[in-house]
Design a protein around this ligand. Structure first.
Ligand SMILES: [Cu+2]
Length: 118
């Protein structure tokens, strides 16, 4: 019984550690929910963990749902926690960013947020 409890404890700790390693969005530029002046040339997404570039993606749409083409999704830092994508010139309006990433532990997370160009 004591042995079984020990095994259960190890499983629990391992699971908790993996959950910690999920990559969540901690900061974005343009910021989540912000209203920014025209002229932003880059979209920057900072995650809580390192992510796998080839298994990650970012899509952007305008308020009518049309896709906004993003260029050059790349790492913005050596820690592989920041994804950067080039933005085309954005007209005033509302935009939605949808992201999905895979962290080093192979767990996928996704989310979305909006921002406004004044
Ligand atoms: Cu995870």
């Amino acid at each position: 019984m004591r042995q079984m409890l020990a095994v259960m404890m190890i499983c629990f700790v391992a699971t908790a550690k993996q959950a910690d390693a999920h990559a969540f969005l901690v900061k974005a530029l343009p910021a989540v929910g912000s209203a920014v002046a025209p002229g932003a040339t880059e979209l920057k997404l900072d995650f809580s963990e390192a992510v796998e570039l080839v298994l990650s993606g970012v899509d952007m749409t305008n308020s009518s749902g049309a896709a906004i083409p993003l260029a050059h999704l790349a790492f913005g830092d050596s820690a592989r926690r920041e994804l950067v994508a080039g933005l085309p010139m954005l007209m005033p309006g509302n935009y939605r960013v949808k992201w999905h990433v895979v962290s080093a532990d192979t767990h996928r997370t996704e989310g979305s947020f909006t921002f406004t160009v004044k």
